[in-house]
Write a protein that binds this ligand. Structure first.
Ligand SMILES: *Cc1c(COP(=O)(O)O)cnc(C)c1O
Length: 436
């Protein structure tokens, strides 16, 4: 579907003042073609663009909106907080309360520090891990995204020892060489690396539920091996729970999997739609941070009053309303509704789901568990489906590799809209047409 005339006019103006017309690249629709819709408002599970067209939203601002758009209790908390002043550059009650909530909900959590984005959380957790261990190297997995800090914008190099190469211009090769990239779902490679040179590796960082390159649900055995081998090597294990924290369970993926990392990072849900990140873990590691220790980390707006208010209100609703049970039930209903539609389609399509996270694997065979196992053709299959869904009033992320997000605001009617739109989008003619 093409953007309406008002959206198109705004985007023409945006192109002049914002690189690519956007503040974050994937919003630009480059992976699917066409012009982005400019969004004016959202309420519950629906959004409305500047042309007045309404869509059922499964993007949820890419993860934060677990209660849906403009949840009354979150809006109320933000409004009240704003009336008392937005920022003081001094400790605040809500920041202390939110820290207590996060740390006490998370397995092994003893302390947290607030930052303003998920990127800052992972960047700072890596610095802390290096400072605490006195080691420089880190390990990440291809197919996991940890924000845009230099050491994490690294892709697998070729060869047996996969020292990373920058995946962005502007990242020094010397930095990237301190990052080793491994494939997911491969405990032999992981074990071999950690046994050979674990004593030089500060940390292994992983999305325990990888949800930034499709939804690559890992085998328990792989994650258990990761825990065992990092412990044996004295290498810290960092769970990047920026998506999964307070979404897949109250205690994030750590609770769900029964695996406790040394450090964890948070973002998205804990900010209730405002810019928040946090990292935390054991006190004996966190005490390395300034002012107690030598690892420097700071932020003018860290623990910002509005953000803390939104986060606290969100966690309060989640805990009060048995959110995780309800989100799982919504996810199950979604599966019941759309699995028959996917099965009947001539396009290979499987629903991959964990709680309120879902993704369409557009390739034959079982869902992939590593980035390397994703069929490159899948992205081309997604393009016409994405546009046809928009045509029928359903907004999914403008990329084949992004997951869908369910919220407490998604009711049966919204799931039915996705089913109906999908049935139309997957008709052979629509799949072939390859609009826009
Ligand atoms: C979104 C995300 C980040 C980065 O968070 P930002 O707030 O966008 O900087 C880091 N890690 C994971 C797993 C994410 O999904």
């Amino acid at each position: 579907m093409s953007a309406g005339p008002v959206s198109a006019a705004w985007m023409a103006r945006a192109e002049r003042w914002l690189p690519g017309g956007v503040s974050s690249p994937v919003r630009a629709f480059r992976a699917v073609g066409g012009t982005p819709l400019v969004i004016r408002r959202g309420s519950g599970a629906e959004i409305e663009d500047v042309d007045g067209r309404r869509f059922t939203d499964f993007v949820g601002s890419w993860g934060p909106l677990i209660l849906g758009h403009a949840h009354p209790e979150v809006v109320h908390a933000i409004t009240e907080a704003a009336g008392r002043g937005t920022t003081f550059g001094a400790p605040g009650e809500m920041e202390i309360e939110l820290a207590e909530r996060i740390a006490s909900a998370y397995p092994g959590g003893e302390q947290v520090r607030f930052v303003s984005s998920g990127t800052e959380a992972t960047m700072s957790a890596i610095r802390l891990a290096r400072g605490a261990t006195g080691r420089d190297r880190i390990v990440k997995f291809s197919g996991c995204y940890h924000g845009h800090a230099d050491h994490l914008l690294v892709a697998a190099g070729s060869g047996l020892v996969t020292f990373g190469r920058p995946s962005s211009a502007g990242v020094p090769a010397a930095f990237a060489r301190e990052t080793i990239v491994l494939p997911l779902d491969d405990e032999a490679r992981l074990t071999e690396l950690l046994r050979r040179e674990g004593d030089r590796i500060a940390a292994v960082i992983i999305e325990p539920v990888p949800a930034n390159n499709g939804l690559l649900i890992q085998r328990q055995e792989f994650l258990a091996t990761l825990r065992r081998e990092t412990e044996r090597a004295g290498t810290l294990l960092i769970f990047d729970e920026v998506i999964s924290g307070f979404r897949v369970a109250r205690g994030g993926a750590a609770e769900l999997l029964g695996i406790t990392p040394d450090l964890a990072t948070f973002g998205k849900v804990i900010g209730g739609g405002l810019p928040v990140g946090a990292f935390g873990g054991r006190r004996d590691l966190m005490r390395h941070l300034a002012p107690d220790g030598p690892v420097y980390q700071a932020g003018t707006l860290s623990g910002n009053a509005l953000a803390m208010a939104a986060g606290l209100a969100t966690l309060t609703v989640l805990e009060r309303d048995r959110a995780w049970e309800r989100l799982e039930a919504t996810g199950r209903s979604l599966a019941t509704l759309i699995e028959p539609v996917l099965a009947a389609s001539s396009c290979p399509a499987t629903l991959v789901r964990l709680g309120s996270l879902f993704w369409f694997s557009l390739q034959p065979g079982p869902p992939p568990r590593s980035a390397e196992a994703i069929d490159p053709e899948a992205a081309a299959r997604y393009r016409p489906i994405f546009h046809a869904l928009l045509d029928h009033g359903v907004a999914m992320a403008p990329s084949a590799y992004e997951v869908g997000f369910l919220s407490l605001a998604h009711q049966a009617v919204h799931l039915e809209r996705l089913r109906d739109a999908l049935a139309l989008a997957l008709q052979p003619a629509a799949v072939r047409a390859g609009s826009p």
